[in-house]
Design a protein around this ligand. Structure first.
Ligand code: 6R9
Length: 568
């Protein structure tokens, strides 16, 4: 079984990124464009009539697109944006559900040389506002159903010149400055002049949350395709006849690196299911499309486990050949369970918005150690560092900070207009991931936890700072502290601790009101699953709220040094 894959040693020996350059026929200095590589080039390789995308949505609508269809759609959208006056280097935000236009606009924006800024469509107006303001976004492409959120903030965003709506809206419903663009009614553009983007030309701006300050825009370049192409081929094991399903939304990096660029740069057919989670719907989708390679996340896998083994037996899932997971710790039970019910174990992969591509993984040809993330991808030098000296810990099994030597193609180039925060990520020539793990004597990484207060709920990062700031905007809230609490399915969920302003009284109504306030302003992910009203919050003598005291209490951990606590 294992012999059909090269061994880890073979892959790592003499590794060089020129392997990807050669396969993608790229010579350093040439024009390189992700949009072109994912569509035109595939057509030129004789796959114009191959299906690129099978799409299905909750209501049952199905659509399909060949590689020639996506090439044409990319041209048509690119030409439309150019005709409107959108220029190379402008930030164009995608604010849509997982409809085909999202994927096709992604190609179109890149083809005309602008920068894609994907944002999760469940974001509320506040989450949207801070990211559009920070990026000085010039255009938003959205759907009618999300338009009200854009309208609410538009007056405060003078740089936002274009709001483009891609689905059915009556021209009479449009407000000044809003433009209707229907791909179905547009004249397909056969010949399009691709922008002469180079390796280091800016391609994507993905926002990610840190512990402090506003979310940071992670800058990626067109050359990142080298990493995404090769990791998709070697780690996700995609082959020409595969039918691939990445369950991530392109509002997050997995949904772009491996939900668009990876599979399409290889000319592989992929499927998109635009629904929320439902075990039945997911199994039915795999059965109907005969999905062979499936890339998902631990929270989804745990939810499938909860739905039970019996349900699995109602579907024919024999098409599945390779399974992989990312985003949060994949517990060994989930790996073992998947081996039992699907006959295939999930292969864990570890990476970040900042790394742009998979860094640590269980390769198809490698022994899986359930509970471990696996080993570094060839060409990646990784280590766990001593948190004091920032030098590699040589002793196997000792915990340290996960760090990588920069230099792989998909590494972020900076944080958008925040060079200082970017520089803080490097010490002694190492890029600090912000996560902790140990490495065993065979080079396998064992995840321990994050090294900051960022909450990873169901694989999505939430900044406690962002939630705390939003809470303060509620009229009843005096002070707030946000941390996580354990959760069976999502590993952790957001919990808010609040003191009230004089004149307000605690109660379940207020608790619900506050939860909804955050859901609408930020997103359902950032919404606290619990609100605890307190007389006062634990603070240092200098008045800083001590989140870690609350965190330790929620998790039943030792509180540690609280000698600086003011109100103990
Ligand atoms: C791709 C993506 C990155 C953070 C990362 C870490 C956590 C990702 C993981 C994992 C344990 C894994 N994370 N993969 N934790 N095991 N296999 O998720 O990017 O949204 O930037 O999140 O997610 O904490 O630092 P991003």
């Amino acid at each position: 079984m294992l012999s059909e894959h090269p061994s880890y040693e073979e892959l790592t020996r003499d590794f060089s990124w020129s392997i990807a350059e050669k396969e993608l026929e790229y010579t350093p200095g040439d024009i390189i464009n992700i949009g072109w590589h994912c569509s035109d080039r595939i057509c030129q390789k004789g796959k114009a009539d191959k299906i690129a995308l099978y799409y299905e949505e909750f209501g049952g609508t199905r659509k399909q697109y060949t590689f020639n269809d996506i090439r044409l759609a990319g041209n048509t959208i690119g030409a439309f944006l150019r005709s409107q006056g959108i220029a190379e280097g402008d930030r164009v935000c995608l604010f849509m559900d997982r409809i085909p236009e999202l994927y096709l606009s992604f190609l179109g924006i890149l083809k005309m040389g602008a920068i894609v800024q994907p944002l999760f469509s469940a974001f509320g107006d506040e989450s949207l506002f801070v990211r559009l303001e920070n990026a000085e976004t010039r255009a938003v492409i959205t759907q009618k159903k999300h338009l009200s959120k854009v309208r609410k903030i538009r007056a405060s965003l003078p740089g936002l010149e274009y709001v483009i709506i891609v689905d059915s809206i009556k021209p009479s419903e449009l407000k000044p400055g809003e433009i209707l663009f229907s791909l179905e009614n547009a004249e397909p553009v056969e010949k399009f002049e691709i922008a002469p983007t180079r390796a280091e030309t800016h391609s994507l701006l993905h926002y990610t949350s840190g512990t402090t300050g506003q979310p940071k825009g992670v800058k990626h370049v067109h050359y990142s395709i080298m990493s995404q192409y090769l990791t998709t081929k070697w780690v996700l094991d995609l082959r020409d006849d595969d039918i691939y399903w990445c369950t991530a939304d392109p509002g997050w990096v997995t949904g772009t690196s491996y939900g668009i660029i990876g599979p399409w740069s290889l000319g592989v057919t992929q499927c998109v299911l635009d629904t929320g989670f439902s075990a039945q719907a997911w199994y039915r989708f795999i059965e109907n499309y005969k999905i062979t390679v499936w890339y998902s996340a631990p929270t989804a896998i745990r939810s499938l486990m909860k739905a039970g083994d019996e349900l699995v037996k109602e579907f024919d899932l024999s098409s599945l050949r390779h399974l992989a997971s990312v985003g949060e710790p994949l517990n060994s039970e989930a790996v073992i369970w998947s081996g039992r019910v699907f006959g295939k174990q999930f292969h864990d992969t570890f990476w970040q918005t900042e790394t742009g591509s998979i860094m640590i993984t269980n390769f198809p040809g490698m022994k899986i150690k359930p509970g471990s993330m696996g080993k570094t991808f060839p060409g990646i030098t990784g280590a766990v560092l001593d948190p004091v000296t920032y030098t590699p810990i040589e002793e196997p099994g000792n915990a340290g900070l996960i760090a990588f030597r920069p230099g792989w193609p998909a590494m972020m180039r900076t944080y958008w207009r925040n060079e200082e925060k970017y520089r803080e990520k490097f010490v002694n020539g190492w890029y600090l991931s912000g996560d902790r793990s140990s490495i065993d004597n065979e080079g396998y990484y064992w995840f321990i936890g994050r090294d900051d207060d960022v909450i990873n709920t169901g694989g999505h990062l939430v900044s406690p700072f962002e939630v705390e700031s939003a809470l303060l905007e509620h009229p009843a809230v005096g002070e707030s502290a946000v941390t996580s609490k354990p959760d069976e399915i999502n590993m952790e969920v957001v919990k808010a601790f609040i003191t009230l302003k004089p004149g307000f009284t605690t109660g379940p109504d207020l608790e619900l009101e506050i939860m909804n306030f955050i859901r609408k302003k930020l997103s359902p992910l950032a919404m606290p699953q619990a609100v605890e009203f307190m007389e006062s919050l634990p603070k240092t003598r200098s008045g800083k709220i001590m989140r870690r005291v609350l965190h330790a209490r929620e998790w039943g951990e030792e509180i540690g040094d609280i000698s600086t606590l003011e109100n103990d």
